[in-house]
Design a protein around this ligand. Structure first.
Ligand SMILES: CC(C)(COP(=O)(O)OP(=O)(O)OC[C@H]1O[C@@H](n2cnc3c(N)ncnc32)[C@H](O)[C@@H]1OP(=O)(O)O)[C@@H](O)C(=O)NCCC(=O)NCCS
Length: 171
């Protein structure tokens, strides 16, 4: 169960301390704003459009209810989301029955970037969340265009050892 992860936690950055906690329904607007606050995501359709609210609401509800998933927010003093990430615990047979922790949708608000918040989040994933969930591998994919983000992950010790493939299903 991913809900074994101890939360909330304080994350220290160059500009102060932030709280990392589980997302709740009230965070929807902050989460959608964070997704849209990124050109690559906006180019894929995450533009915080009001006609998409129901789609996001349904997805957030499903995530909150799913015991294998955790959607987390980092909030400022006003409890407003300034960063987010999604964690998924994936049990597996390979690598002698290794469990993986998948990190997706990592976003830090534009005005908070390069202050060490993203690093503090990923260090928490590696040092706390991976251990608490029994994971021996933390993995993620990142759009090939995100060269700054790749430098960020490599600095933290992630190795770009695999190529990611996606197949878009049209509905
Ligand atoms: C990548 C990201 C999560 C890093 O968070 P952060 O709080 O800015 O990270 P830190 O302050 O701990 O580290 C700074 C490093 O992040 C990276 N970074 C900074 N701004 C960035 C941006 N706008 N986009 C991508 N990476 C960025 C750089 O590698 C930077 O190092 P540098 O100063 O040597 O250039 C954050 O910048 C972000 O949300 N970017 C946009 C979305 C994104 O690329 N998410 C990752 C998807 S896989």
């Amino acid at each position: 169960m991913i809900s074994n992860v101890p939360l909330p936690e304080s994350l220290l950055t160059n500009t102060g301390s932030f709280t990392l906690r589980r997302a709740c329904h009230n965070d929807l607007s902050g989460l959608v704003t964070l997704l849209a606050d990124d050109t690559i995501s906006a180019g894929r359709g995450d533009r915080a459009a009001s006609e998409d609210t129901t789609l996001y609401e349904t997805a957030l509800e499903e995530l909150i209810a799913d015991p294998s998933n955790e959607i987390l927010v980092v909030v400022d003093e006003g409890d407003w989301p300034v960063a987010t990430m999604q964690l998924t615990r994936i049990p597996g047979l390979s690598r002698r029955g290794s469990t993986r922790l998948l990190v997706e949708a990592v976003r830090v608000a534009n005005n908070q970037r390069s202050n060490g918040l993203g690093s503090a989040m990923m260090k928490w994933v590696i040092d706390v969340a991976a251990r608490a969930t029994g994971a021996s591998l933390v993995q993620l994919t990142s759009d090939a265009a995100r060269v700054d983000a790749h430098r960020f992950y490599e600095r933290l010790g992630f190795v770009g050892s695999h190529r990611g493939f996606k197949f878009q299903i049209e509905h």
